[in-house]
Design a protein around this ligand. Structure first.
Ligand code: NAP
Ligand code: ZN
Length: 358
């Protein structure tokens, strides 16, 4: 039998969120039913449901930063038991057979259409469109469920499932550690995790923000200084300073100019995905033999490694908790850069919310 849960959906990019009844699939032999306690608001949710990245399939519930408790498990599930603290990120299935899946990089699964399944707005194995975590419960294949270590608060852990892994993976891949001079470009949801993780790895971290407004909190997160990218002669004053830049910006910026902040052979890892194409002059790469690299969330194994790393180092997301009736307003505040640093929906507030008539 399917499971009826309350969820927040939009019927179009400019419509408000509505509380609706959503059917989750029956718990299959390899599935886990999760009672969701917290759902983070990622800027990707906003890009997607406002149709900024291409086709959103409406009605749609987004949300891929999910934390909660196991409520039930299928007959073949051995790794999880009722009551366990668990999370789900951006992926809920992949082919399991291609080179990417075999090397724990499920996020790059090339197993063909319909095989790699995102947590929302994605074609599921049964042909339906996946509905995300702004909901009371979700049913997920056990291979895509993460364990949230004791010591991590569920609300503060939820954003780690996307913002955490998306920052952690390039920092690990490019060998950031003691002696690295790192710049985190943009201090939002991804950026504030990037600062904490890079600092915990032993790097010297500078935050590059549009103003100095977040300076005090940035220093508390582990940065050694904050620079305002709007300061006079910014690009000239800070040429050749950094080994590594984590670019988390969600909007258009002059990327070439930021490459000038890298030392020769330095690396810019791009994780921010603005809706428009960004111009790039090859001269900015060739002079100084620099690298610009993309990075796409992270695989399931690395996501678990990141959660364990955060627990070990006492890291979590800095959050503002909201109710289900506050999500539209929260979206506007995220776009305005007015949140320190992640909104998390307290899904217990679904209990008092009326469902719209269908
Ligand atoms: P966010 O919380 O809104 O942070 C984005 C930051 O970008 C803001 O805090 C702001 O930093 C800066 N910014 C925003 N508008 C700007 C503008 N017009 N000019 C200059 N800087 C601006 O967003 P997020 O959730 O961290 O996500 C960031 C981006 O990463 C989004 O595009 C998202 O879709 C993408 N993303 C990618 C992946 C991946 O796998 N690669 C995963 C998750 C998210 P300051 O206020 O400090 O200036
Ligand atoms: Zn995300």
């Amino acid at each position: 039998m399917t499971i009826t849960v309350k969820a927040l959906q939009k019927t179009g990019p400019h419509e408000p969120f509505q509380v609706v009844d959503l059917e989750r699939r029956e718990v299959g032999p390899h599935d886990v039913l999760i009672d969701i306690r917290a759902a983070g608001i990622c800027h990707s949710d906003i890009h997607t449901i406002r149709n900024e990245w291409g086709e959103a399939h409406f009605p749609l519930a987004v949300g891929h930063e999910i934390a909660g408790h196991v409520e039930a498990v299928g007959a073949e599930v051995t790794g999880f038991a009722v009551g366990d603290r668990v999370g789900v990120g951006c992926l809920v299935n992949s082919c399991g057979e291609c080179d990417a899946c075999r090397s724990d990089q499920e996020q790059e699964c090339s197993g063909g259409k319909g095989r790699k399944v995102g947590t929302y707005n994605s074609v599921d194995v049964d042909g339906s469109i996946t509905q995300g975590g702004y909901a009371q419960k979700v049913v997920v294949d056990a291979d895509f469920v993460l364990r949230i270590p004791e010591g991590l608060d569920l609300q503060q852990a939820a954003p780690l499932l996307c913002a955490g892994i998306t920052s952690y993976a390039p920092i690990a891949r490019w060998g950031v550690g003691p002696g690295s001079k790192v710049a985190v470009l943009g201090l939002g949801g991804l950026g504030h995790m990037g600062v904490q993780i890079a600092a915990a790895k032993g790097a010297d971290v500078t935050v590059l923000s549009r103003s100095l407004a977040k300076e005090e909190t940035a220093l508390k997160l582990g940065a050694s200084r904050v620079l305002a990218t709007t300061e006079e002669d910014f690009f000239r004053n800070h040429r050749d300073e950094f080994d590594f830049i984590l670019n988390t910006i969600s909007a258009d910026i002059p990327v070439d100019r930021y490459l000038g902040l890298l030392k020769p052979r330095g690396v810019m890892a791009v994780v921010g995905l603005p809706p428009e194409k960004q111009p790039l002059g090859f001269g900015a790469l060739i002079g100084g033999s620099k690298v610009i690299a993309g990075s796409n969330i992270g695989g399931i194994r690395e996501t678990q490694e990141m959660l364990d790393f955060c627990a070990e180092h006492g890291l979590g997301s800095w959050i503002e908790t909201i109710g289900v009736d506050e999500v539209d307003a929260a979206y506007d505040r995220v776009v305005a850069g007015d949140v320190q640093f992640r909104f998390v929906i307290d899904t217990e507030t679904f209990a008092g919310a009326a469902v719209v008539a269908s």
